[in-house]
Design a protein around this ligand. Structure first.
Ligand code: GLC
Length: 408
C-alpha cells in the first residue's frame, strides 16, 4: 500500500467514525465497540488529521476533548456524548455496570489517560499558527497539568501516580496484575470486576489520591510519565508562544525537576514501573520498557541497548510487530490477550518517534511498515496477532492510521 492509498483509506475511516454533538466534533475509535470520545484516542486522531493536512478536524477533536475537565483539572478519559439507552450494552465491556458506575461521575469518567494532549495541541498550533485557538485551550491544559502535579505527585520526585489500570490506556496490562491480586491467567470478567471495584474505592476516597488511593492502587508508570515529561516540554513551549512568563517559569522549573528524576528513578529499575502500594518495582516485561526512548532522556548507550532488546524475537519482536507483553511472561496471551501480547499501533508510534530522535530511522520505518502491512493483511483492527497478523478486537478501529504520521 502506498502512502497515498493509506491516506485515502484513513480519510474514509475517519469520516465514517466522526460524530457531532452540541456542535462538538469528535471521532469514535470504533463505532461498534467504542461509541464515545476517549482522551488519548482523540490525541491519536488529531495526529492523524494533522498527517492528512486536515488541521481543522485536528483542532475540533482536541477542543472537544477539553470540554469537560474534572474538578481537579484533570481531563476525563471518556466523554459520554451520547449515552446508550438504559440497560443497553456498550463496547467491549458488555456490562452496563461499568457504565452505571459511570467511572465515578456524570457525563464523563472520573479518571484520566496519558497526558499526550499538550504535545498534540502544540503540533497542531505549529502546523496552523492559530494562536486564537491555542489561547482558548491553554488554560484547560494548564489546569490539567497543575491538577496532575498536585494530586498525582509521588513523593518529591515530581513523577506521577496513576490510580487505575485504565489510566495507562492499557486496561489489562499484566504489569497491574499483582496490585489487582490477579494471577497471570484469569478471565476478562474477573479483570473488569477488579477495575469496577477500584472505581468504587475511588469514589469512597472522595477522589483523593494522596493519602487514600495510594494505599489501594497506585503505580508510578513509566509510559504515563514518559508522556507527561514530553507533555511538560510541549506545554512550556506553548506558554512561551501564548501566555505570560509566569506559567512559563512554573513549567520550566517543573520540567527540569521531572527530567532529572525520570532517569534517576526508572533507569535503576531497568525502565520498569513502580508499585507504590507494595513499594517495589514491577518486573513484568511489557513494551513500556521502550518508552524512555520517546522522552529523549536516555543516553546513546541506553538507547542502543533498548534497540537490541526491541529486536529480540524471544521476547518482544513478533513476525508482524511488537508484542505488548514479552513472549516469555506467564501472562503472555497472543490469541486474545488484549494488552497481554497482541500488537497495538500506539506502541509502534511512540517508539518510532523515540527511535527517530536517536537516529534509528531504519528501525522506525520498520515499525511503520509493519503497521501498514497489518492494515493490508487484516484491515483496521484494534490489535493483531504478533505472529500471524490476524486481526483481533474492534473493527473499523482507527489507531493503525498513526502509521501515516511516521512518514517523513
Ligand atoms: C481500550 C483501550 C484504550 C482505549 C479505548 C478506546 O479500552 O485499552 O487504550 O482508549 O479502548 O479505544
Amino acid at each position: 500500500m502506498t502512502r497515498e492509498t493509506l491516506a485515502a483509506e484513513l480519510t474514509k475511516l475517519l469520516q465514517n467514525n466522526q460524530r457531532e454533538t452540541n456542535g462538538y466534533h469528535y471521532t469514535l475509535p470504533s463505532p461498534e465497540l467504542y461509541p464515545f470520545q476517549w482522551l488519548w484516542d482523540s490525541c491519536f486522531h488529531a495526529v492523524m488529521y494533522n498527517a492528512l493536512g486536515n488541521h481543522e478536524a485536528a483542532k475540533a477533536e482536541l477542543t472537544s476533548a477539553c470540554t469537560l475537565p474534572l474538578e481537579s483539572g484533570l481531563l476525563p478519559h471518556i466523554i459520554y456524548w451520547e449515552r446508550p439507552q438504559n440497560g443497553e450494552q456498550w463496547g467491549r465491556e458488555e456490562r452496563s455496570d461499568a457504565l452505571d458506575a459511570a467511572w465515578g461521575v456524570q457525563d464523563c469518567s472520573a479518571i484520566t489517560q496519558p497526558p499526550l494532549i499538550a504535545r498534540v495541541v502544540l503540533e497542531t498550533f505549529e502546523a496552523t499558527g492559530d494562536t486564537d485557538w491555542a489561547r482558548t485551550l491553554l488554560p484547560t491544559l494548564i489546569e490539567y497539568f497543575e491538577g496532575l502535579a498536585v494530586n498525582r505527585v509521588f513523593e518529591d520526585t515530581g513523577l506521577l501516580m496513576l490510580i487505575n489500570p485504565d489510566e495507562s490506556g492499557e486496561d489489562n496490562s499484566p504489569r497491574f496484575d499483582e496490585l489487582l491480586n490477579l494471577p497471570p491467567q484469569h478471565s476478562k470478567h474477573d479483570h473488569l470486576d477488579k477495575r469496577i471495584e477500584l472505581l468504587h474505592r475511588y469514589v469512597e476516597c472522595d477522589f483523593r489520591e494522596i493519602g487514600c488511593m495510594d494505599d489501594i492502587f497506585a503505580v508510578v508508570d513509566v509510559a504515563f510519565n514518559a508522556i507527561y515529561l514530553d507533555g511538560l516540554r510541549a506545554i512550556k513551549t506553548l506558554t512561551e508562544h501564548i501566555n505570560g512568563s509566569v506559567a512559563t517559569k512554573t513549567f520550566t522549573n517543573r520540567l527540569e525537576h521531572v527530567e532529572a528524576h525520570f532517569h534517576a528513578f526508572f533507569a535503576p529499575m531497568g525502565w520498569n514501573s513502580y508499585d507504590v502500594v507494595h513499594k517495589k518495582p514491577i518486573e513484568v516485561a511489557t513494551w513500556n520498557r521502550f518508552m524512555p526512548l520517546y522522552t529523549g532522556a536516555v543516553s546513546k548507550t541506553e538507547a542502543a541497548d533498548l534497540v537490541a532488546k526491541l529486536n529480540d524475537t524471544d521476547t518482544f519482536a513478533g513476525t508482524y510487530g511488537l508484542r505488548t507483553t514479552a513472549a516469555n511472561e506467564p501472562s503472555y496471551d497472543p490469541e486474545d490477550g488484549f494488552w497481554r501480547g497482541p500488537v497495538w499501533a500506539s506502541p509502534h508510534w511512540f517508539i518510532a518517534r523515540g527511535l527517530r530522535q536517536y537516529g534509528y530511522d531504519t528501525e522506525a520505518d520498520a515499525l511503520r511498515d509493519q503497521l501498514v502491512t497489518l492494515i493490508e493483511t487484516s484491515g483496521w483492527r484494534e490489535q493483531y496477532h504478533p505472529d500471524t497478523g490476524t486481526g483481533q478486537g474492534a473493527s473499523n478501529f482507527t489507531w493503525s492510521g498513526l502509521a501515516l504520521d511516521l512518514y517523513n
